[in-house]
Design a protein around this ligand. Structure first.
Ligand code: ADP
Ligand code: MG
Length: 349
């Protein structure tokens, strides 16, 4: 690996954090994040995401294991690590009585940006995160999204090669979320910045991350590209609702031969679900079989596997609604186009 590449990578082995009189919040994780990659660390509340980020940003000493960030050891070369990274953490450390421009002036000075450069750089970053109009207003009047964007701008002052973002879009409205995604993608694509981002949102991990690590109870339960993870789950599931509720059993009998596991699942909403062997291609045949058996159908939906199915398969629980759950995900997941908010058919209960 070249010097430049090493300077943008994250290497973690057997990392553990055992809190005194607390949980083993991080329970032996390995991570390899490539330079220029957007790595999504996905998990429910309390999974250990923030604790991991705090260790990788040198703010919390690990109990065991090792981590190199930008080639530097987090435990022994903390100052070097801090020079190389930018971080926007869950608790943004903003002063409510300062404006965005004043925050920028402080941060640029703190990082030794030459005086003649400070104003230009500050204005450029404020502009880039879309805060130009609010630049001279005090932070106490900012929305949550504006604070997250200012925090991101502050983390970029010293031109870091690696960026840590801890749940950067939690609690944001869809528009603020989209503009933050855009900026993160731009940083990775144009500036080659490596991004380590934690999230509890499936959609965020799915769309933004090149690679996803799913963490649960301090352990990584799955890792890979979103496509590869979903492919592990395999076939999509089919959910059908009979026109006559009494025909549910008849419908199940027709669908059973199409199920990859030979099993139909009866849903509470009166529908029947199967993990569809052969995927989309089998759909026409299913329709013909239902027709031949005189089972009228009111709805027939194909659900592509989601990252939630991956989580479910690995942990036996659904990502949504596990952990403490703060409800922030609701508005986002309600409008997922594939209708995947429903529990997939054929999944273990
Ligand atoms: N300073 C601390 N002392 C004791 N327990 C902690 C501390 N910080 C976090 N924890 C616990 O460690 C677990 C992981 O927390 P955290 O890393 O914040 O999860 P996440 O960011 O994924 O929501 C949780 O059970 C949490 O209550
Ligand atoms: Mg957290």
């Amino acid at each position: 690996m070249s010097e430049r590449e090493r300077a943008a990578s994250i290497e973690v082995e057997g990392l553990v954090k055992q809190f005194k009189k607390g949980p083993r919040a991080v329970d032996g994780i390995d991570l390899h994040v490539e330079p220029g990659e957007i790595y999504g660390f996905l998990g429910p509340n309390g999974a250990g995401k923030s604790t991991t980020v705090l260790m990788l940003t040198t703010l919390l000493p690990p109990t065991a294991g090792s981590a190199r960030v930008a080639g530097w050891d987090v435990a022994r070369e903390g100052a070097r690590v801090r020079e190389s990274i930018g971080a926007a953490l869950q608790e943004a450390a903003l002063d409510p009585f300062l404006t965005a421009r004043e925050h920028m002036r402080l941060q640029t000075a703190l990082h030794g940006v030459p005086k003649s450069e400070r104003v230009r750089l500050g204005d450029e970053l404020i502009e880039r995160v879309g805060l130009a109009e609010a630049a001279d207003r005090k932070v106490k009047g900012y929305s949550g999204g504006m604070k997250r964007r200012l925090d991101l701008a502050l983390s970029l002052v010293h031109g870091p090669r690696i960026l840590f973002l801890d749940e950067p879009t939690t609690g944001l409205d869809p528009q603020s979320r989209a503009s933050l995604w855009e900026e993160v993608e731009r940083l990775a694509r144009e500036d080659g910045v490596t991004v380590f981002l934690t999230t509890q949102y499936l959609e965020e991990a799915d769309q933004l991350a090149n690679r996803v690590g799913i963490i649960d109870r301090g352990q990584i339960v799955a890792e890979g590209t979103p496509a590869a993870l979903k492919a592990q789950i395999g076939e999509p599931s089919l959910e059908a609702v009979p026109a006559e509720p009494e025909q549910r059993d008849a419908m199940a009998a027709v669908l059973a031969p199409f199920a990859s596991d030979g099993d139909c699942v009866h849903h509470e909403r009166g529908s029947v679900g199967v993990r569809l062997r052969g995927g989309d291609a089998a759909l026409a045949e299913v329709v013909r079989a239902l027709d031949a058996a005189d089972v009228a159908v009111t709805s027939l939906q194909l659900h592509a596997p989601t990252l939630d199915d991956v989580f479910l398969a690995k942990t036996g629980r659904s990502l949504e609604g596990s952990g403490d759950g703060d409800g922030d995900g609701e508005d986002l997941d309600g409008d997922r186009p594939d209708g995947a908010a429903a529990r997939p058919a054929g999944a273990p209960a």
